[in-house]
Design a protein around this ligand. Structure first.
Ligand code: GSH
Length: 220
């Protein structure tokens, strides 16, 4: 049984940072309510309670939590089956890679938004350098480290899911040269908590948002 009242996750359907929190909630089998907002037309109540005007928010009783990494640590600390190491050095390393995953999310988003081929190539080069670091860091066993699902896996799964959708729809696979990352992706995408962390028509919505933008990737 959960040790917290049923929290409300304030969400935008395409946001990878919200998806991190959804994965952790599902992984821990916690009951929660989800409330979708349109980020292009933010409701007044949201603007009032979101200090950065960003999702995710997690409403817990009268408290509003923001920042996905913080939300995930809160969910972890209050619900058993730890998803971060108890060893301070390993935990610091895990937190650093969670922070790193945000820059990967941002690079992937920029890649989908690039209008010209040369901008696309520049962002792709930068992403490749980051992915090479990640490839050297991870285990080849299907998780970030060892054989259990941690908050680092929650943090990277949204990027891995989007990379597969982009590969399927455009033929461009950013993981093409990264064998260990590809194994990690296959494993993450086979997990229920990852599959159920987005709306059913997520792939269509995601690709529509890219085609609407009409950037370089949309033409591939
Ligand atoms: N560092 C934040 C990033 C959250 C974020 O960038 N959310 C985006 C959607 S994916 C957002 O709400 N953007 C709205 C805006 O910037 O106006 C986190 O990890 O929660």
């Amino acid at each position: 049984m959960s040790s917290i009242d049923q929290p409300i996750l304030v969400s935008f359907k395409l946001c990878p940072f919200v998806q991190r929190a959804a994965i952790t909630l599902l992984h821990k089998k916690l009951d929660y309510t989800i409330e979708y907002i349109d980020l292009n037309n933010k409701p007044d109540w949201f603007v009032e309670i979101s200090p950065l005007g960003k999702v995710p928010l997690l409403r817990v009783n009268d408290q509003v939590l923001f920042e996905s990494a913080v939300i995930n640590e809160y969910l972890d600390e209050t619900n058993g089956n730890n998803m971060l190491s108890k060893d301070p050095l390993i935990k610091a390393d895990q937190r650093a890679w969670i922070e790193f995953s945000s820059s990967i999310n941002n690079a992937q988003h920029q890649l989908t938004q690039a209008r010209r081929e040369e901008t696309f190539e520049k962002i792709d080069d930068d992403l490749n350098k980051k992915l090479a670091h990640l490839e050297r860091k991870i285990d080849a066993k299907g998780f970030f480290q060892g054989s259990s699902f941690t908050l680092v896996d929650s943090a990277f799964a949204p990027f891995l899911m989007r990379s597969q959708i982009l590969a399927d729809n455009t033929g461009i696979d950013v993981l093409e040269d990264f064998k260990k990352l590809a194994v990690w992706r296959d494993n993450m995408l086979s997990l229920e908590e990852v599959q159920q962390s987005v709306v059913e028509d997520f792939e269509d919505l995601y690709m529509e948002s890219i085609y609407e933008r009409g950037g370089y990737l949309a033409d591939q």
